[in-house]
Design a protein around this ligand. Structure first.
Ligand code: SUG
Length: 429
């Protein structure tokens, strides 16, 4: 049976801005207060989707969420018309309002954790929506994410969508950004690796709770013999690797990871080799790419994809080419004997400046042909739809947002209208 991997990218929303909301995300902190370019950002994201489509890979898209997030503000006691709710919230608590204005649902690697059919007890793909409890602005995403995923994967013969874990930060779950799946091929039973953080009192928080990962593995009906729970290294977290996908990525039989990604890498590698004989572990030593360069360039946040003609490509941000140590390493990697044979450099600079690289912008779903056909096709991209979405962005997305614009009612109206136009173009209105 032929299996495909679909990347569902989050379309970058019209409120994309730099509010410095994410403690532990060094790019978000460094660019706080800068002027953003939502239109350019969304077009960069769309260009990435088109590049993957042109490689012959199926591509999905999830719409941006409603921002400013009026329902959340209403839940918090603001009332009146939508504009009145926002005006009252902005006047009372501008920091809260900035959380309700964030376009962070673009990073769909944090939307959910996905276990494809070959790994689960009931033979359906299981999808657990992430609660993103650790950051206020991100915790606002779960409800609408659940709505879109239930719509896209509505066919219960093939898919089972689970609600976000409850009980707050005690079960903080950041989705696929802390989950890797390795398998001889997409359609074969795989080993699922859940990477969690341990709170050690450092300056930056660990976002993924071990108990959350354990719960997701149970809900998905995974085989304990092919499920690994691995601690993320605190050194990496404290250097700014707030998610595992900032320092490691996997695809089929390949694990590509930084030397300091995991707390006890010897134990992890041994367990992985036992569970998946033939695994190829490509570890990048600090002597070649230090953690700081890895985090600045987002080398490990490349999308590692299997090409239709065989072999793998790393779809990497141009910040990798801008960093000569990283770029030198990439040349060595491509020349060496391993399945990675191509580096495709893309520009997602607007997202990168908030700590979101190529892999953050996509949620991977591996499906057989019947499951692919069962997905609501409105969430899948083809050339014509891609053109349509580009036109909506060009016409409706704000060109720039300064910190002073965030309280401007005319901007709120523009952002709501832009999203409505996009939903209409996707026939999701
Ligand atoms: O959660 N940045 C996101 C970036 C998420 C990246 N995703 C993955 N690694 N998979 C975050 O920290 C910044 C928003 C701001 O500061 O305005 C932000 O939310």
């Amino acid at each position: 049976m032929s299996y495909r991997e679909i990347n569902f990218d989050g379309l970058i929303g019209p409120t994309h801005n730099y509010a410095g909301l994410s403690l532990g995300n060094v790019a978000s902190a460094a660019n706080a207060g800068e002027v953003s370019s939502p239109r350019a950002a969304a077009l960069q994201g769309l260009a990435k989707m088109k590049q993957l489509l042109d490689l012959g890979l199926p591509q999905g898209v999830l719409p941006p969420q409603e921002r400013p997030h009026v329902p959340a503000l209403r839940m918090l006691g603001f009332d009146g018309s939508d504009a009145a709710v926002c005006a009252a919230a902005f006047a009372a608590d501008p920091a809260l309002f900035r959380n309700a204005f964030a376009a962070s649902s673009m990073w769909t690697a944090n939307a959910a954790t996905v276990s494809p059919k070959p790994d689960t007890a009931d033979g359906r793909a299981h999808i657990t929506v992430a609660n993103l409890a650790s950051m206020a602005h991100r915790s606002l995403e779960a409800q609408e994410t659940e709505q879109w995923l239930r719509m896209a994967f509505t066919d219960e013969q093939h898919f089972c969508v689970h609600a976000p874990l409850r009980y707050g930060v005690h079960f903080g779950d950041e989705g696929a950004a802390n989950h890797m799946r390795l398998a001889p091929a997409h359609g074969a039973p795989g080993v699922e690796v859940f990477v969690y953080g341990e709170e050690k009192g450092g300056r930056f928080p660990a976002r993924q709770r071990r108990r959350a990962s354990e719960a997701v593995a149970r809900l998905h009906g995974l085989d304990p013999k092919r499920t690994l729970l691995v601690a993320q290294s605190d050194t990496a977290i404290q250097a700014g690797a707030f998610h595992n996908d900032v320092v490691a990525v996997a695809n089929e039989q390949v694990l590509f990871a930084h030397e300091h990604a995991f707390e006890d890498k010897a134990k992890f590698y041994a367990a992985l080799e036992e569970a998946l004989p033939g695994v190829v572990i490509i570890e990048v030593p600090s002597s070649e790419v230090g953690l700081e360069d890895a985090i600045r360039s987002y080398l490990f946040n490349s999308q590692l994809v299997t090409l239709p003609e065989g072999g793998m490509a790393l779809v990497m941000p141009q910040e990798c080419r801008d960093n000569h140590r990283v770029w030198d390493y990439v040349q060595k990697l491509l020349a060496a004997d391993n399945p990675i044979r191509e580096a495709i450099v893309i520009d997602v600079r607007e997202s990168m400046r908030n700590g979101g690289g190529p892999a953050c912008l996509r949620l991977r779903v591996q499906v057989d042909e019947a499951a692919l056909a069962a997905i609501d096709q409105r969430f899948l991209l083809d050339d014509a739809k891609w053109e349509r979405l580009c036109r909506v962005v060009e016409e409706h997305w704000p060109e720039r947002i300064t910190p002073g614009d965030i309280g401007n009612p005319a901007l709120w109206d523009q952002c709501w209208a832009a999203r409505r136009a996009l939903l209409a173009a996707m026939r999701l209105a």
